[in-house]
Design a protein around this ligand. Sequence first.
Ligand code: OXD
Length: 327
Amino acid sequence: MIAGMPAPMRLLVAHSEPGAGRAWRDALAARLPAAHVAIDPGTPDGAGPDGAPPGFEADWAVGWGPPADLFARQPRLRGFFSSGAGVDHLLRHPGLPAALPLIRLEDAGMGELMADYCLLELLRIAGRHDAYAAQQTRAHWEELTGYTRAELPVGIVGVGVLGAHVARHLARAGFTVRGFARGPKLVDGVEVMHGASRWQEFLEATRVLILLAPRTAETEDLIDAAALARLRPGGWLINVARGALVVDADLVAALDAGTLAGATLDVFREEPLPASHPFWHHPRIRVTPHSSAPTQVAVSAAQVAAKLAAIARGEAVGGLVDRTRGY
Ligand code: OXD
């Protein structure tokens, strides 16, 4: 370092998925050429020659599923950027310092992917594609009556950045969309309800329930037998939020009893979904591997870089996690 010159910012990438650490390091280095970006040696990509040099003390870290000892090893961190939309896993990290700022991604290209995923499911439901797939396994030819958009009112639980994006997309595609939020919210073309007193009314107006809320103490086990029983007959559940929002056994029971016609699940209490889990083989459940909206690394790194620049200018940034709220 040249005397008098400010030291370059040190950024540590700590990602639990092999390959993701290197992708993030390269994308951040491209966006922040003056910074020193390195991969945490406690993560798969940092275990070899790509790992940060000994004594590397980071100013900021970016990642997903950081090692248990990361925060003890990095006492100078000023904040941690989640490389995903959710932060519940970080909030449960046993070593997380109480006052460390956490910043989550805001949309960063995920909204569009998630909106398309949900729209595709709705169109499949409307066109009875699951029933046709089942008929095909029996070489059975029978034309079925599909559902009109009006017959599939959609209810979205959670209308934050992603939920609002999905809600607008589905409303523009001609579906009647209602949202349910913690407090009052405005989303174009969408009626947003809030408050415990309106929860039942919201469920009763919904035939396709889409979960897009973060996992918090308030949302865990929210979708249980009682909630599923309130949906319009022949309802459908699409979960792209967190598995813990749904009581697994209640979901299977509602499908078996025919209270619910089907479920599309992208997220699970345990991921990867264990091979022995009943969801894998249930005829009315479609499983995808947490793939509804993969992180777009280049767009996300640009967002992190823009937020770091804003922080350096002394500006407030969006996505700062409120620990009492849980997201
Ligand atoms: C998440 C993500 O938070 O995939 O689940 O971004």
